[in-house]
Design a protein around this ligand. Structure first.
Ligand code: IMP
Ligand code: MG
Length: 419
């Protein structure tokens, strides 16, 4: 029973996104009814373009309907009754939306690139829907313009896991373009270091390029790094060797964060460390415990690689123990696994994004986009950013580039419309 429970409920539900699964299910019906797999071996069957046009119309109608159900949910949010919306009944885990989603137009956009409705054997997939949602989000943001703040996760979003943002990374000119068009930038990463030097080592490609760029000095100030989820804030400073300057906590902490007691921080990290030690022992992991001022984690010994199941088990156990501890009720924390480590950080990315919004003078969630790779409901650290702003869920740094190019293209279209 235990094993079945684990497989059927605990592990699987946290590895599903209910909104995406629900949309996928809706699109499966026209796929079954209208895709023509037999046309592949029937020489006089209808042309693929013809059946695709019919299937596209049906998919697009469904996306229009979902768009309206989201609008209805937003109307409920505004009235304070979001838990009574139709969407909430259909997808109980759905949270609040900061903007409407242009799902119909986003479907057409992605269909023109991924040929979803031309497919006869492979139905609309998780990744199709994830990318449609991303496009719908950036379309709504650009149309509602201007996009005031873009925050990026680090590992897997800007660079490969554990790597650095090196000078040849194609994301650099895209971030500079965003800054040129007036957007502020936050790098909201779990990587937690108290010294500017460590962040310079991870991000030097971008920082050097910004320093050397022809952007006015005031615009260069529009980049901050929020490290350790929400524990260290550095602002760009061209006159320092590391191009970053630590901002004292009193200058950026939100009022609620001022209530976090040092004794609670130590207690929470102690509970987390004990749980991690226990799991390392029980699962015979070749791991070292890393204890920091605001985090505790495990990393593999001498390049040892853990399997996904071990990492997830470690996160789920630690999460549960912290959830059930009194200090876990008092203090926000984030337990997650990276590519080959598990960390528990004090605070989470919702606080990191909120701190960036505050730092730049109070930017709203509906004018902020967080781009990240970890949006599963447990063991993932970008998930919490959804409480603070709109989000885009990417799977690798190449998708981040594509998303930024999409924003640039949509921006141009929008400008042509307003001229
Ligand atoms: P992110 O994807 O930018 O949020 O970075 C996550 C990765 O940063 C983790 O998987 C770790 O490898 C690394 N890391 C380094 N220091 C810390 C820390 O203090 N807390 C959490 N993650 C850390
Ligand atoms: Mg990441």
């Amino acid at each position: 029973m235990t094993t079945r429970y684990r497989v059927e409920y605990a592990l699987k539900t946290h590895r599903r996104d209910q909104l995406i699964e629900w949309i996928k299910g809706l699109l499966a019906v026209p796929f079954v009814l209208h895709s023509q797999p037999t046309a592949v071996f029937e020489p006089h069957g209808e042309s693929v373009d013809y059946t695709a046009s019919i299937t596209q119309r049906r998919y697009a109608e469904i996306m229009r309907d979902v768009e309206e159900i989201v609008n209805d949910h937003i109307a409920h949010q505004k009235a304070g009754t979001h838990d009574r919306s139709k969407l909430k009944l259909l997808v109980p885990s759905v949270a609040n939306f900061f903007t409407p989603l242009a799902l119909h137009d986003a479907f057409i956009w992605q269909d023109q690139r991924r040929f979803i409705s031309h497919r006869r054997f492979v139905p609309p997939s998780f990744n199709d829907v994830r990318l449609i949602l991303n496009t719908a989000q950036v379309m709504s943001l650009v149309r509602g313009g201007p996009l005031e703040l873009v925050t990026f996760d680090g590992d897997v979003t800007l660079y490969d896991d554990g790597q650095c943002l090196t000078p040849e990374n194609p994301v650099i000119p895209r971030i500079l373009r965003l800054m040129r068009s007036g957007s502020k930038i936050g790098i909201v990463t779990a990587a937690g270091y108290a010294e500017a030097r460590r962040y310079y080592e991870r991000l030097y490609g971008l920082l050097d390029a910004l320093h050397a760029s022809d952007l006015p000095a005031t615009s260069k100030q529009n980049l901050v790094v929020l490290g350790g989820e929400s524990n260290y804030c550095f602002k760009f400073a061209g006159d320092t060797p590391d191009l970053l300057k630590l901002v004292p906590r009193k200058d950026w902490l939100l009022d609620e964060m001022l209530l976090w007691q040092e004794s609670d921080i130590t207690e929470l990290l102690d509970v987390a460390e004990a749980s991690l030690r226990d799991t390392v022992k029980n699962l015979r992991m070749e791991a070292t415990i890393v204890r920091k001022e605001r985090a505790v984690g495990i990393v593999g010994d001498q390049g040892h690689r853990f399997c996904r199941e071990t990492l997830e088990e470690t996160v789920l156990i630690t999460q549960k123990i912290l959830d059930m501890s009194p200090v876990g009720q008092r203090l926000p924390f984030c337990a997650f696994n990276g590519g080959n480590d598990v960390f528990v950080d004090i605070g989470d990315k919702s606080w990191g994004v909120l701190a960036c919004q505050r730092f730049f003078g109070g930017i709203e969630g509906g004018k902020t986009l967080h781009v990240g790779d970890q949006f599963l409901s447990a063991g993932a650290n970008d998930f919490k950013a959804r409480l603070a702003c709109t989000t885009a869920w990417i799977a690798n740094p190449t998708e981040t580039i594509r998303l930024l190019d999409e924003i640039a293209e949509l921006d141009e279209m929008q400008q042509r419309k307003t001229v």
